[in-house]
Design a protein around this ligand. Sequence first.
Ligand SMILES: [Zn+2]
Length: 295
Amino acid sequence: MILALAVPARAEPLPVREVAKGVYLYQGAHGEATAENHGGIANIGFVVGDASVAVIDSGGSAHQGRRLHEAIRQVTDLPIRYVINTHVHPDHIFGNAAFLADEPDFVGHAKLPRAVAARGAYYLEGLKQRLGSASEGSEVVPPSLTVAERLDLDLGDRVLRLTAHRTAHTDHDLSVYDAVTGTLFAGDLLFRERVPVVDGSLKGWLNVMSELRAIEARRVVPGHGTPTADWPAALDRQESYLRLLRDEIRAVIRDGGTMEQAVASVAAAERDAWLLFDDYNPRNVVTAFTELEWE
Ligand SMILES: [Zn+2]
């Protein structure tokens, strides 16, 4: 009886769905992280091999991570050997703490440790303010295994190919390709429905997208939005937006306009095409303006 008290309350399993054989996904809600959704706004999932399990992004809080853990345990008892973080953003990493007891390798881009060191504490403080008690147990868990270019993780008759990309959505985006099912986890290199967020390099992202197009995937799981087999056409909407952002900012700069003028006008034609446009487009303009004014 005393032992039972020491066991943490079980979390409700996340409602995951099997998008391909052995590939499970929880599709995040389009919105901001709140106490109600426990920061669960990104797509998170896991892949089951013959010998072990890999988590691909752990969610926006320890609570969401625990729910993902429960979902895994409803599918398999195999050990969770890897927790892969596609990048540092809070909605992708703060479930890590829920997997510490499994002693997995926490895997990320070679530049992820630097990003975690620079932003982790700030993000955790922000999470506590935003989620309150719903953030309980969340902590910054840095990677223990990093990827400079490529890394294959064998889950037992199932190899995940991890690719560390050049600066795009962030300066440390990692994508994961499951060769068995042809499923590409793009992380936030691909947004669908919700407007993309530029935190790295607009020009770099356009370059990386053309590299992604070369991957012969049978389906793609974006960091945000609905998975699709429509590949690589699934990149087209995002590419249109990022190109318009680039071209219209360049035009403002060429005409001697200010950043404020750019924020007020750039990419307005895309406004109705995306959710959360007014929340993120102005920031994207500021970030990209700073990048493009020194061309
Ligand atoms: Zn992100």
